[in-house]
Design a protein around this ligand. Structure first.
Ligand code: SIN
Ligand code: NI
Length: 275
């Protein structure tokens, strides 16, 4: 099944994304489409999550928040069709307001049954590209009940850029929770999701997620896009240096974020798309 670019971002979705830095896009994939792709994605996530085998007694906050498997599209042709889907990339480009988007990377994030909260953080902390040129699609790969829910966003924080917090951890939770409390920053949650519902958030949008008190895993698949034409910035921290080596192999500061690992997924010049 091909995920055709048959859906444009609506005016309300674009306004919400630009004003708040996040938006929920319901039914971006149908239940049938998720049913086709979820088995490969979840199997690969189980196999490839780098923190899947950390014994419970040794798990830190990060391990309890989710099992994380990155770059699934390079392991499986079916997953590649999902990650490269023009339907998702088109919405990402329209929300960002750019002509085209490239893949930065994909990752499955499975919050295990009984898993912990995802601390407040800004994704672009890790990225050697401007957070304002990057957008994440986070899609529910199963129905997610209200007591688990999806992410919580601090509205409008994308406009603040780098809020200078630490990497995702208990420290980032404390740092950003205090900023939110002291600044009385509004937050929004999109709540329960059906399989195929998605949220999109900008690279600097501050976000977190609650714990999973249920006995079922909460599987999510994400695709991170960068605007076509985005250039690599000078990394200022080790996390950005690592991301540069992993997801933009061979690129150096000033280069376009457009290595062979960053195919154009929506925009002109689509002939470049690998399959
Ligand atoms: C989560 O899935 O719990 C967090 C996802 C994110 O931080 O982008
Ligand atoms: Ni995040």
């Amino acid at each position: 099944m091909e995920l055709q670019p048959d859906r444009a971002a609506t005016r309300d979705e674009i306004r919400c994304f630009r004003e708040q830095g996040h938006v929920a896009v319901r039914s971006l994939a149908s239940a049938d489409e998720v049913a086709e792709f979820a088995p490969s994605i979840l199997e690969a996530a189980d196999l490839l999550a780098w923190n899947r085998n950390v014994p419970p007694g040794e798990q830190g906050t990060y391990d309890r928040a989710f099992h994380q498997a990155i770059g699934l599209c390079w392991h499986d042709e079916a997953i590649r069709r999902f990650v490269f889907a023009a339907r998702f990339a088109r919405v990402a480009a329209e929300l960002l307001g750019v002509d085209g988007v490239r893949l930065y990377h994909d990752q499955a994030l499975v919050k295990r049954a009984g898993g912990g909260a995802t601390p407040w953080h800004q994704d672009a902390y890790y990225w050697p590209v401007d957070g304002g040129s990057a957008i994440t699609m986070w899609m529910a790969m199963a129905d997610i009940p209200p007591e688990v829910g999806s992410m919580v966003f601090a509205d409008g924080t994308h406009l603040r850029g780098d809020m200078r917090g630490p990497a995702i951890s208990d420290e980032s939770e404390g740092y950003f929770a205090l900023l939110i409390a002291e600044g009385a920053l509004p937050t929004s949650a999109h709540g329960a999701m059906q399989a195929g519902d998605a949220t999109f958030h900008e690279g600097w949008t501050l976000h977190s997620a609650g714990p999973n008190p249920t006995d079922r895993d909460r599987p999510a698949m994400t695709v991170i896009y960068v605007a076509d034409g985005t250039t690599v910035i000078e990394p200022e921290r080790d996390e950005q240096r690592l991301d540069l080596a992993l997801y933009l192999p061979g690129a150096v500061p000033g280069d376009p974020a457009a290595t062979e690992r960053n195919p154009l997924l929506w925009g002109s010049g689509m002939g470049e798309i690998a399959s």
